[in-house]
Design a protein around this ligand. Structure first.
Ligand code: SF4
Length: 511
């Protein structure tokens, strides 16, 4: 992954507007940018992304804006596969987008609306390049983008949304009063609300029936002469259908032109990486090792066994159990577990003690000091290039250095057979019975390649957390260290509660 610090123009790859993140002149500040309000380029919060941006952007922006959006789309995809109640799904999406891809309404104060909208737009267009390559990727991208758009549509300022819809100039035919009364009986049959007043105040549009399949299926529209009569209250279906079909067509057009971009050795690797991140089910998740140490305290070699039993995610629990059993791990296993332990808060001197103990009598002190100690110091940034390597994210574990039959690194959800996975989970976590519906749920998610969904469910089951809550506010597991941090945080909350109760009991007893 490259991170150039200089500013580059992204060259035009095509004259086809479907492909163009082509960008020549800097226009991000067109009109009234800054904190005063929207510019003429971005008059609304909502966007159908029909005009390719023509701005100067750096390669760094090209990548970081796309990664930010990818994270949100991955989270949305994960949430939609976790069978959450509708309200919980929407509030989880709203909370997550607020944190990672904020897009404010025109009425918002003290925000740079243009900058937010520019990031949003560029991220979308870059991801189009990554996701146009196969029908499967296109379908997944459209589904996630649609869910994001729907969430924004429903949470948008009412007036701004109405203005945005007017700007799209849909060719919906308005049903006049005569026609409405002519088909009164049929139209009333399609309405939930049966009161006369509701029918009188409702207005209707006519659209070709095949453009609203989600309304035709459950018979929520009246169809005549090839046209579906859609009430104003179901307008969102029309808008979403238009968004999805336009995006699908644009992606197909982009796919036809994509080979021209493959020749660009700066953009190609970024685009490939983004698609593979999404395919593995998670976007990379940043993690600062110092976060854990500051929040949870230092872990000593002595404490690792206890922390492993209570707070390690399945991938690390598997590695730790193998290390305990065999007194040995192969290179990538040592790396995966070692960096994770560093993230959990095991300092370098304690890491040396821990690994020495785990190898035990299978290795001489001399061999350990010569061959292994150096590697441990290296991973803490004390040898070689002195890079302080971060713990590996789920996306890295899922996609890099695929394990062979003798290896123990990787992710059990992806790299174990279903039988092995079921045995491993049932043996490791007493809360998950091998024949339970929960186990079936987990295996179904794995079969559908939603590894992070399966892992999040295991977290919920092993921490007595309500289905859908995940690591908090619906967040899915995207990093093994986030699992461990959340698990330790939950334990600390329980301990604090018990302590408070004991203190108040003591006060009651004391005269
Ligand atoms: S999903 Fe991530 S945290 Fe869970 S087992 Fe796999 S790699 Fe580990």
């Amino acid at each position: 992954m490259f991170r150039p610090s200089t500013r580059h123009n992204i060259p035009s790859s095509s004259t086809n507007p479907a492909l163009e993140v082509k960008l020549n002149k800097r226009q991000s500040g067109v009109g009234n940018s800054g904190s005063g309000g929207p510019s003429s380029r971005y008059p609304y919060r909502l966007n159908f992304y029909e005009r390719p941006p023509t701005l100067d952007i750096t390669l760094e922006e090209f990548e970081t804006f796309a990664i930010a959006r990818l994270r949100v789309l991955s989270q949305i995809e994960s949430l939609t596969h976790r069978s959450l109640p509708f309200a919980q799904l929407q509030s989880s999406i709203t909370n997550y987008t607020k944190q990672h891809l904020l897009l404010s309404s025109n009425t918002a104060r003290n925000v740079n609306l243009d900058e937010e909208r520019r990031r949003d737009e560029i991220g979308h267009w870059v991801l189009r390049l990554s996701f146009c390559r196969s029908p499967d990727l296109r379908a997944r991208f459209v589904r996630s983008e649609l869910a994001l758009f729907k969430n924004r549509f429903e949470t948008d300022d009412v007036n701004e949304r109405a203005q945005f819809l007017r700007s799209l100039e849909f060719d919906w035919q308005v049903v006049d009063e005569n026609e409405k009364m002519r088909y009164e009986k049929e139209l009333r049959n399609c309405m939930w609300e049966k009161k006369d007043e509701a029918f009188r105040s409702e207005s209707w549009f006519k659209v070709p029936w095949f453009t609203v399949p989600d309304l035709v299926g459950p018979r929520r529209v009246f169809i005549r002469a090839g046209m579906a009569y859609v009430p104003q209250s179901l307008q969102i279906s029309l808008v979403l259908q238009a968004f999805a079909s336009r995006l699908e067509k644009a992606l197909e057009l982009t796919a036809k032109n994509l080979p021209r971009l493959d020749e660009d050795d700066r953009l190609g690797p970024v685009i490939d990486h983004l698609a593979s991140s999404f395919l593995s089910g998670v976007a990379s998740s940043d993690y600062q090792s110092s976060d854990s140490e500051a929040a949870q305290g230092v872990v000593t070699a002595e404490m690792v066994d206890d922390v492993a039993r209570k707070h390690f995610p399945p991938c690390m629990r598997n590695l730790y159990d193998r290390l305990k059993r065999d007194h040995h791990l192969k290179h990538f296993g040592r790396l995966q577990l070692g960096l994770f332990l560093k993230g959990v808060g095991l300092p370098l001197d304690e890491a040396v003690v821990f690994w020495r103990r785990m190898y035990g009598a299978t290795m001489s002190d001399d061999k350990f000091n010569k061959e292994y100690k150096y590697n441990i110091r290296h991973s803490y940034g004390q040898e070689g290039k002195r890079t302080n390597y971060p713990p590996k994210s789920c996306q890295q574990i899922l996609t890099q250095n695929q394990p062979g039959t003798q290896d123990s690194h990787g992710c059990p959800f992806r790299h174990f057979s279903p039988e092995n996975l079921a045995s491993f989970l049932a043996n490791t976590y007493p809360q998950i019975d091998r024949t339970s519906p929960e186990m079936r749920d987990i295996l179904d998610s794995v079969k559908a390649t939603h590894y992070h969904v399966a892992c999040t469910r295991v977290f919920e089951l092993t921490h007595a957390i309500k289905k859908g809550d995940g690591l908090g506010e619906g967040e899915s597991v995207a990093h093994p260290n986030k699992w461990a941090d959340k698990s330790r945080e939950l334990e600390r909350e329980v301990i604090d509660k018990i302590k408070k109760k004991e203190d108040s009991d003591e006060m009651m007893v004391d005269p």
